[in-house]
Design a protein around this ligand. Structure first.
Ligand SMILES: NC(=O)c1ccc[n+]([C@@H]2O[C@H](COP(=O)([O-])OP(=O)(O)OC[C@H]3O[C@@H](n4cnc5c(N)ncnc54)[C@H](OP(=O)(O)O)[C@@H]3O)[C@@H](O)[C@H]2O)c1
Length: 233
């Protein structure tokens, strides 16, 4: 059974393109109000206009996720403009360049990956959790990756593994709270991050990406794979 998200508020990080844009469109189709995040307000301007036509409230906010002050400001602004955030999609991420030979991967790749892909999503989660717990309702989706056996992309892969660990070790604290936190692997998709050789169109992330949002019941720490929900023609 899936729940109704009409009138709720979602914060989608990295909503300007790729997976985040699809998630925003999917939530808007269910009449969920949206805070669209990217690094620059102009990046979500067009999407904001498109989704506003659906009669929902849509607000754009900008923050560089390698800057923790901007992350804090993002959460404060989201809570103010949205009157509470019910759904958090920690989707934005950086993939560092492929490094060959992999043993030459610079330390800076790991630093940036962990700042943007681990520390910031965790910080946003920590800031929003008390609000969700008070309201006894929340859906948190951490976007991870099925990447494996690619040491040339280890800074990115290790950051996603750290995010997985965060979810798995935190969810026992959330049982029975009304706040569900789960993981989403969108699959390998043709986006700026996934590149042109990926086997799947970005649109294939729907409807699967919304499954961890629409859950009813105390489902925690599960890895949902969006490609498992692709509708075959
Ligand atoms: N595509 C795939 O094949 C694939 C596979 C597995 C997992 N994933 C995961 O899916 C998620 C979305 O990936 P995608 O393919 O949609 O990526 P994308 O097309 O490259 O989009 C990245 C989004 O994140 C934002 N972003 C990037 N760096 C940022 C930073 N430093 N601070 C703030 N925002 C930043 C971008 O905003 P701007 O507009 O400001 O640049 C953009 O909205 C990521 O978590 C990724 O790891 C993707």
């Amino acid at each position: 059974m899936s729940i109704d998200v009409q009138g709720k508020w979602a914060l989608v990080t990295g909503a300007s393109r790729g997976v985040g844009q699809q998630i925003a469109r999917g939530l808007a189709a269910r009449r969920c109000n949206l805070v669209l995040h990217s690094r620059d307000l102009t990046h979500t301007q067009q999407l904001e206009s498109e989704l506003s036509l659906r009669g929902i409230r849509v607000v754009s906010l900008a923050a560089e996720l390698s800057n923790q002050q901007e992350v804090d400001q993002l959460v404060s602004d989201a809570l103010r403009v949205a009157d509470g955030i019910d759904i958090l999609f920690n989707n934005a991420a950086l993939m560092t360049p492929l490094r060959e030979p992999f043993i030459d991967t610079p330390a800076e790749d790991f630093r940036r990956s962990f700042e943007i892909n681990v520390i910031s999503p965790i910080r946003i989660t920590y800031r929003l959790l008390p609000h969700m717990r008070r309201r006894r309702w929340g859906r948190i989706v951490q976007v991870t990756s099925g990447i494996q056996d690619q040491p040339e992309l280890m800074a990115y892969a290790a950051s996603k593994a750290a995010l997985d660990k965060f979810v798995r070790d935190t969810v026992p604290m959330l049982r029975g709270s009304g706040v569900l936190m789960n993981l989403l692997d969108p699959g390998w998709l043709r986006t700026d991050l996934g590149g042109p050789n990926a086997p799947n169109a970005v649109e294939s992330v729907l409807p699967g990406a919304l499954v961890p949002v629409l859950l009813d019941g105390d489902v925690q720490g599960v890895l949902f794979r969006a490609q498992d929900y692709v509708r075959l023609p």
